[in-house]
Design a protein around this ligand. Sequence first.
Ligand SMILES: Cc1ncc(COP(=O)(O)O)c(C=O)c1O
Length: 360
Amino acid sequence: MLNKEIGSSFYLLDDCDNELIALKQNKIPMSFDKFTIYHTGRNAYLALLKEISNKQKINKIWLPSYFCHNVINNISNNFNNVDFYYINPFRLNAKLNIEQFANQEDVVILNNFWGLTTYSYNLNPNDKPIIIEDHSHGWLSKQCIKSKADYCISSIRKTYPIPLGGITWQPNSNFPLNFYENTTDKFAIKAWEKLNESMSQKRNFIKGNSENFNKIYLSLLEEGESFVSKSNSYTKPNDSITNYIKHFIDLDPNICKKNNLQYVYKHLKQSDHFKVIKRRGYIAFGLLLVFKDENLFYSFKSYMILNNIYPANLWPQNDLKSNWKHLFNIHVDFRYSLDDMKFIVETINNWNQKNYGQSN
Ligand SMILES: Cc1ncc(COP(=O)(O)O)c(C=O)c1O
């Protein structure tokens, strides 16, 4: 018997698995040579920021105030000149006045929120900060492919069933950056081992080959992620890891998502409790639901988990000034079929009906 579970982390896939066959159906032609591969997104950030600071003085590194806490912690631990600019991630066509807070000696990190954000900035080339765009949640979105930033990064392990994987590139160049640190990072190696083992255990469970897997898979995942947090380098992954990661990077994850989201958007009933975050002409990272009421947000989470759907909270403890700020992402990637989408829609609609009339 198969064990269905929607959301949460990836499991290992074989060539004959339908999930991988679905993912491999769409490829984006690309020059592999322009990308530099790292173990993680955080390692990729470190590589860029260290290399930039080796070449020039960085006065400030500007991060969005609404952002991944792992990245904030990692960059703040390595640099003492981090500052934050306010951004509401739900305003998808962001009019960010970069020149009002950053200058020539600064680095500004712009996040492509869930593949939906476009930034219109037109900076004076003689007096502009260095722009790094993060496409971790929008890998191969049109903004990612057509980026005009100075540098880009993506934590591609958020998109593909791989234990680790981060990437950098320079949109205006076809050459890789090749910023690597010549040391051994035993934490990154351990992280790969643990996460690979965790994904293998999870595969056994999903494919129905093991029982009582839960504890083993989760503790390995936790261990692996704690090694990721300890890894504080930008070393070159070994050839076998690099080749493993390279097998995935031209596979377009967005076609399966588009089909699945189309179904969900059409059948999901309107709710007083959440809004669906989407944008015409763009494909979202997943099904994004933003809530106003925190209690209802957690009630929704519990109900979903009871039904084996695991929504991810992106990102807790944020400083958003808007009333609607509690966000869940539910994965709708190549692992899932339209039947799975039907199940997600029915479960959410049921929750909604049960909570009809609850105060907001
Ligand atoms: C937007 C974003 N960028 C980068 C990262 C860092 O990626 P990694 O976990 O591979 O270091 C994360 C999450 O951790 C993220 O959410």
